[in-house]
Design a protein around this ligand. Structure first.
Ligand code: ADP
Ligand code: MG
Length: 689
């Protein structure tokens, strides 16, 4: 039995210091060896043939067998990307899309964003060279708005289908339609010389919305069939197979060593405390091997991270060889990748993860699992129409997946922080998300995709009629739907295009009228991250006092704006000249002093920029003569006299509307920081300077 960690302990330092080539070669050899050792490697040819012979295929295989990282590469080598088509792989979680894409790019020996890339909300790392594209399921749904036949793709792999997120369920229904439409298009095609891709591109460029007439015009175009692969870690493929008309299912054998499962003798009042105790018990009493702890979210993870570090300080120097490594979705991706780096010799990692580590990402080196048995889930009350995130017990299936993580490379141990009698009471499997969440977002998207009869849509599992009606009502009240429940023009279409909850989209769309687009962008960005304020248990009073400094008597939204503005002011004052690194350090210090969660705030800043960028198609820069030049097409435009910014002439602006009278006037304008330009639109910036 080989030691997995050894394979990955690549002498990184050497690569850049002289003997690069040899080490690079050694690294590639090791990766090759690792790939060959995966259970899926022995069935490469068979899998490629199965995909050739079946338009829809269900692949079931234990976590870690190599489905996500290997299958797309097999298909690429098997010729599925001829004619420049893409293999799309959807993931329910952002973290999985990013980390897996990085890994596969490394395995392919290419730079991320070239042959292998990823695309998630607010972050697209792909290029025209990309052939394997990892993305979130939600993102592919959005792509379908612009390209209803998903014509770029020859293969779409819906990964982690057992998770049954709402986006996965909707995607399955949509893909079924796309697949049918594409094979119909072949049968019905008469105008064979029409090239679908360029037609699509043209429509996209002109920014034309998907209207029924667009779909009609695309009819007559011949699309190659779409290969659809559903991948799942749970062994029950029947549901998927039935839904796809008896589609073929194959099983990939995995490797699993025995895992001893331990329960607590008494119920635990405080599971975080119990987790800490267990972590240190393992660290001080058990042999080497990394620990994986399942927690419910960022806040919990950061609090446990802090407590572990504190406890370590109380141990004698020689026993401090434990490194906490967090992983959750809004963690910057360089930090996410740290879970894959082996701990220094003699040390062990304790990975603090949300349930992304359950099946989505396989982390090498785990020997111990600590499972409090809880997960954060969406829950929707169709009577009140209110959705909330609640912490609920896992299902038995989830508990088994979690303990399985300890036995990937050798025998392991799993510590469940609840009593054995509680395990027996758990539900067998998790209820699909579509049955327990607000459907407004999804209904809006389905409507935008031309699915008018949402109640009649072929869902794998139908949401309750009441939940659908409640959401239709909400969309109507927001003005996204007309009174006969059609998408309204232009609002409904605009809202469907923004990657946000309909309520947020609406807020942004009307913000222009109230001259508060900038503020709304800040609020929406700040609300899109888990928690801006950092309130460690042991310093709750101090944290509360710090928060008072930002508090607005009008409420929490304005308070969030105050935080954002205070940071901007601080950064402006303190660092006109300092480097990016220095200002990040300063920002972290500022956050610490003010009890602000710097990771969240940084994420919110990024989102704010991206949202600004989505209005960015309409950005303009001031010219020496006081007029503006639109960045998208170089057109000369002027600020409309109705704008509050008329006569103020800021350096750089974004605008909502272009009105042509005797001049090209722009309306609904917000000032933005010109420093964002190089990041947001490098090509435009280069042309300017
Ligand atoms: P599956 O999809 O069947 O669960 P994966 O393809 O995700 O399996 O993983 C296959 C193997 O690749 C696992 O052994 C995993 O540990 C390894 N792996 C995946 N990502 C990384 C990474 N970023 N660094 C190192 N190893 C990785
Ligand atoms: Mg996988």
């Amino acid at each position: 039995k080989r030691n997995f960690n050894e394979i990955h302990r690549v002498p990184n330092g050497n690569i850049s210091n002289g003997h690069g080539r040899d080490d690079l070669f050694a690294k590639r050899q090791k990766i090759l060896q690792h790939r060959k050792s995966l259970p899926i490697a022995s069935v490469e040819r068979r899998l490629v043939e199965e995909v050739q012979n079946n338009d829809t295929l269900i692949i079931v295989g234990e976590t870690g067998s190599g489905k996500t990282t290997q299958l797309p590469q097999f298909l690429l080598n098997g010729g599925f990307c001829r004619d420049g088509k893409l293999i799309g792989v959807t993931q329910p979680r952002r973290v999985a899309a990013v980390t897996v894409a990085k890994r596969v790019a490394e395995e392919c020996g290419c730079e991320l964003g070239q042959k292998v890339g990823y695309s998630i909300r607010f972050d697209d790392v792909t290029s025209s060279f990309t052939r394997i594209k990892y993305m979130t399921d939600g993102l592919l749904l959005r792509e379908a708005l612009l390209d209803p036949y998903l014509s770029k793709y020859s293969v779409i792999i819906v990964d982690e289908a057992h998770e049954r997120t709402i986006h996965t369920d909707v995607l399955l229904g949509l893909l079924k339609n796309v697949q049918n439409a594409r094979s119909r298009s072949v049968k019905e095609s008469k105008l064979e010389n029409l090239v679908p891709n360029s037609e699509m591109a043209l429509e996209k460029e002109k920014g034309i919305r998907q209207t029924p007439s667009f779909l009609n015009r695309c009819q007559g175009v011949k699309y190659p069939p779409l290969k659809l692969i559903i991948m799942s870690a749970s062994l029950d493929a029947r549901g998927f197979s039935e839904y796809f008309g008896g589609a073929r299912a194959v099983h990939v054998q995995g490797r699993q060593f025995p895992v001893d499962v331990f329960y607590t003798e008494q119920p635990q009042q405080d599971y975080l405390d119990a987790a800490i105790v267990t972590i240190f018990q393992i660290h001080l009493q058990e042999g080497l091997g990394d620990i994986l702890v399942f927690l419910t979210g960022q806040e919990e993870i950061e609090s446990v991270e802090g407590l572990v570090k504190q406890r370590l300080q109380q141990l004698p120097e020689a026993r401090r060889k434990l490194v906490p490594v967090p992983i959750f979705s809004s963690l910057p991706s360089e930090q996410q990748m740290k879970v894959f780096t082996p701990a220094p010799s003699g040390f062990r990692k304790v990975i603090l993860a949300t349930n992304i580590a359950e099946t989505s990402v396989t982390i090498p080196g785990i020997k111990y699992v600590v499972d409090p048995g809880l997960v954060k889930a969406r829950s929707f009350n169709p009577v009140t129409g209110i959705e909330s995130l609640v912490i609920v017990p896992t299902s038995k299936a989830q508990a088994l997946q979690r303990s399985g993580r300890a036995g990937r490379e050798g025998p392991g141990k799993c510590f469940r922080l609840y009593m054995e009698s509680e395990f027996e009471k758990l539900a067998d499997s998790t209820v699909p998300e579509i049955k327990r969440c607000n459907l407004s977002n999804v209904i809006l998207q389905l409507k935008a995709l031309g699915v008018d009869d949402v109640i009649g849509f072929d869902f794998m599992e139908k949401p309750s009629r009441m939940a659908i009606v409640k959401s239709l009502e909400e969309l109507f009240l927001l003005g996204a739907l007309t009174d006969d429940y059609k998408l309204s023009d232009p609002e409904g279409h605009q809202m469907a295009r923004l990657p946000l909850d309909p309520i947020y989209s609406k807020a942004l769309l009307i913000a222009g009228q109230f001259n508060c687009l900038e503020e709304m962008l800040i609020v929406v960005a700040m609300l899109s991250v888990e928690s801006i304020f950092f309130t460690p248990r042991e310093k709750a009073d101090q944290a509360k006092r710090a928060m008072e400094f930002f508090t607005s008597l009008d409420g929490d939204h304005l308070t969030l704006i105050n935080v954002y503005r205070a940071l901007c002011e601080f950064l402006q004052e303190s660092s006109t000249k300092s480097s990016k690194l220095k200002s990040e350090k300063k920002m972290r210090k500022w956050c610490k002093q003010n009890f602000i969660n710097s990771r969240s705030l940084k994420h919110a800043l990024d989102i704010h920029r991206c949202l600004a960028a989505s209005f960015f198609l309409h950005a303009a820069l001031k010219q020496p003569n006081g007029t503006y030049r639109a960045l998208s097409n170089g057109q000369v435009v002027q600020i409309h006299p109705s704008s509050v910014l008329h006569g103020k002439n800021p350096e750089c602006i974004i605008f909502n509307e272009l009105v042509r009278t005797n001049k090209n006037f722009i309306r609904n304008i917000t000032r933005i920081d010109p420093l964002w330009l190089p990041e947001l639109a490098p090509q435009c910036y280069a042309a300017q300077s």
